[in-house]
Design a protein around this ligand. Structure first.
Ligand code: GLN
Length: 530
């Protein structure tokens, strides 16, 4: 069977949840036995979001193959459990880079290189890359941005052409907003009508409309939208405000999966098997315990900057029969004077990843407090590096010990550049990125959590634990419990004398899914509960 395509566009406003709708549809089709891939096209000119400040774009999500991608790919993986890759996230920047490289090579010799057809051809080629693998029944491609934006025009034009060329049915789902005007107590469909009109102006007729709303949409309203927008009434679907993990269930109730399969000409197969998903939802709502975890970071004003960590806590809480309440702690506001006040009511402390000097001292204060007061601690990437620095300064009395990222000339460079980074001058895509093996020490907390000796986790960093100091640390009580077998690099440090003190150079949060919560997060929450 050849791969079928579903496109998801958005109108009226941003942040309506296209990524969640696309993930939910993927989940439902998967639950009916289909092989599905999600893809995201982003209309900005950065080659990838790796060079974007998290304040601009939220978290940068890293895949196994080391692609720095949009955070929607995290949703795709958390919902479907299927690993994504570079092919699942394409930006305008990457499209133009490919076209310009081809132009320089002479691939278009003699021709004027233009948005249509050269840029649109390159977009179509990238959309079909996943389908051409022959591994998927359905590829769901989400177009970032809002219809009507200058930036997303070439993408929509490519979709228009592709749908025409594919001949066989593809489905276009358009997500819009139906606002509620409290003054008149009415739900308004005009923005949806206008948004569909904007799509029609560029030659694209949506097949399914998903209407985001705070209130139930009655059948009159649905019929009205259907009439004005040339879609079948049953293809007008409401997406009521609920927590993200309930959306697949809501979309099932609205029969989104059936409508899409019918339009694609695919059999419905059996009823979707959502047993384990429902079990997770049940646990999410019916917990008997609660914990308070302090998340210490410098981007805490924007929770999306730590999206995967937050979701990993939700997954790990559910299996522990517990609700995880996150207390957001700004690392710049934490100091030795207020540490006890800010941290004393926490059951656990997580120090977040990050880059650069800002907020470092607050992170060190939080780590010291966790270490000295036997509070479960998880340090991720920069959080692990800071745990090493804190230990060097306060236990090993290496005054001024630091990472060469923060203090190039420190006397004790306990965190230092990796050899592979020494001569790197470019910033984009040049870190240690993606999945690497890690071998765990038997008897360690990490080993206990994973229950196996060899694991693979994703990375995104330039600096590392300086092995030169490993012996000093081990003698004083901070030991390496995970190493990369090829390079010998330290991947995990622990303090065995502490209740639960684990720092990891990798990012476990990227691999936590609804069906497979991450073992380190599960074990961390367990420690916080005991
Ligand atoms: N800034 C640190 C490094 O580059 C940590 C990176 C991170 O936390 N992702 O090594």
């Amino acid at each position: 069977m050849s791969t079928k395509y579903v496109f998801v566009t958005g109108g009226v406003a941003s942040s309506l949840g296209k990524g969640i709708i696309a993930s939910s549809l993927a989940k439902l089709l998967q639950a009916r036995g289909y092989k599905v891939a999600n893809q995201k096209l982003d209309p900005y000119i950065n080659i990838d979001p790796g060079t974007l400040n998290p304040y601009e774009h939220g978290e940068c999500y890293v895949t196994d193959d080391g692609a720095e991608t949009d955070l929607d790919l995290g949703h795709y993986e958390r919902f479907t459990g299927c690993p994504t890759s570079q092919a699942n996230n394409i930006t305008t920047g990457r499209i133009y880079q490919n076209v310009i490289n081809k132009e320089r090579r002479g691939d278009y010799l003699g021709k004027t290189v233009q948005i249509v057809p050269h840029i649109t051809d390159e977009i179509k080629r990238n959309i079909k890359l996943l389908g051409n693998k022959g591994e998927y029944d359905v590829v769901i491609t989400e177009i970032g941005g809002t219809v009507g934006d200058i930036e997303s025009l070439p993408f929509i034009e490519a979709v228009r052409q592709l749908r025409w060329e594919l001949g066989e049915k593809s489905v276009l789902i358009h997500l819009t907003l139906v606002p509620f005007l409290s003054a008149s107590g009415e739900l308004k469909t005009k923005p949806t009508q206008h948004s569909v009109k904007a799509l029609l102006e560029i030659g694209v007729q949506p097949d399914v409309l998903v209407l985001r709303t705070e209130h139930e949409l009655n059948s009159d309203l649905r019929r009205k939208v259907a009439l004005f927008c040339n879609v079948a009434p049953k293809a007008v679907i409401q997406s009521i405000d609920v927590s993200i993990y309930e959306v697949p269930i809501k979309m099932r109730e609205e029969k989104l999966d059936e409508i899409v399969l019918e339009q694609l000409g695919l059999p419905l197969n059996s009823e979707p098997d959502l047993e384990s998903w429902k079990k997770f939802l049940y646990k999410l709502k019916n917990y008997s315990k609660e914990v308070r975890i302090g998340l210490v970071g410098k981007y805490v004003e924007l929770h999306d900057a730590y999206k995967s960590i937050v979701e990993a806590f939700i997954h790990a809480g559910a299996v522990n029969d517990c609700k995880v309440n996150i207390e957001w702690i700004h690392s710049e506001e934490l100091n030795e004077q207020n540490a006890a006040d800010c941290l004393k009511n926490l059951h656990g402390i997580l120090v977040a990843p990050g880059f650069g000097h800002r907020g470092i001292s607050g992170k060190l204060v939080a780590i010291r407090y966790a270490r000295e007061n036997n509070i479960p601690f998880l340090g991720i990437c920069l959080g692990m590096q800071m745990a090493v620095i804190e230990f060097a300064r306060n236990v090993l009395h290496m005054e001024g010990a630091d990472s060469t990222e923060m203090a190039a000339k420190t006397q004790y460079p306990v965190i230092d550049l990796m050899d592979s980074q020494l001569n790197v001058t470019e910033k984009g895509g040049t870190m240690r990125l993606g999945a690497y093996k890690c071998e765990l020490t038997e008897g360690s907390k990490a080993y206990e959590a994973y229950g196996q000796k060899e694991i693979q986790e994703r990375h995104r960093h330039r600096y590392e634990f300086n092995s030169k100091y490993r012996e000093d640390f081990e003698k004083a009580g901070m030991i390496t419990t995970g190493i990369n077998p090829e390079s010998g690099l330290t991947e995990i440090v622990e303090i065995p004398a502490h209740k639960w003190f684990v720092g990891v150079q990798f990012h476990p949060e990227y691999k936590s899914t609804v069906i497979k919560p991450h073992p380190l997060f599960v074990s961390f929450i367990k420690a916080c509960l005991s």
